[in-house]
Design a protein around this ligand. Structure first.
Ligand code: GRF
Length: 210
């Protein structure tokens, strides 16, 4: 039985898998990935997309010489159809750039089943908790409220649910006495910046099979 996920082709340093990174915020994860890719890898970021034109992360892409575009919600489209209309605009950018793998890095929009099916197996996310614990937008707040002593981050393939696709890798971080959301977020981000490039290496060199 197949998993229904088709993974990207195997990349090489001569012919790396072409990545698009999708961001909504400051893009520290994107910046870390671009730094990592200064050395030739089996993956290369060829496109950065943000869900608005004023998103800070776009500058990291531009600084690295990567095509970086803000795609705002098309407000002229009626509300019911706006999400998919937006995703069609994003998808058009991905197709025009011949992207092979879509990397969500702090992209704060929940994707519709249409987009997820279009990119299934070639759409990955990093989430700042040890999934399946604390999915959703407030992972650090939820972890602190639950009083856990260990949290972390998870890289997973995206399926039609929220933070629910197959887990590719996790990294643990100790919760320290006196941690608040900001302190915990900063330490988890440091782990994210190591984990995401590692997983991309494994995925794009064919070391992950489903
Ligand atoms: C990261 O912690 C990511 O896991 C979460 O949002 C944060 C994005 O941070 N979904 P940045 O924009 O990469 O600095």
């Amino acid at each position: 039985m197949t998993s229904g996920f088709s993974l990207p082709r195997v990349g090489t340093t001569d012919n790396p898998v072409r990545l698009a990174v999708l961001v909504s915020g400051g893009g520290s994860g994107l910046a870390a990935l671009l730094r990592y890719q200064r050395t030739p890898r089996c993956h290369r970021t060829t496109l950065v997309i943000a869900d608005n034109t004023d998103v800070g992360g776009l500058q990291h892409g531009r600084d690295a010489g990567v095509t970086s575009v803000g795609v705002p919600l098309p407000m002229e489209v009626e509300k019911r159809k706006r999400r998919v209309a937006h995703e069609r605009l994003v998808n058009a950018e991905l197709e025009a750039a011949d992207v092979e793998l879509v990397v969500l890095s702090g992209y704060m929009r929940i994707l519709t089943p249409w987009f997820v099916r279009r990119w299934k197996g070639r759409l990955i996310n990093i989430h700042p908790s040890l999934l399946p614990d604390f999915p959703g937008a407030h992972a650090h707040r939820d972890a602190l409220a639950a009083g856990v002593s260990v949290t972390g981050c998870t890289v997973h393939l995206v399926d039609e649910g929220v933070d629910s696709g197959p887990i590719l890798a996790q990294r643990e971080i100790e919760v320290l006495a006196g941690d608040n959301e900001e302190a915990l977020q900063e330490r988890v981000k440091m782990a994210e910046h190591i984990l995401y490039p590692e997983v991309l290496d494994r995925l794009c060199s064919g070391q992950i099979s489903l």
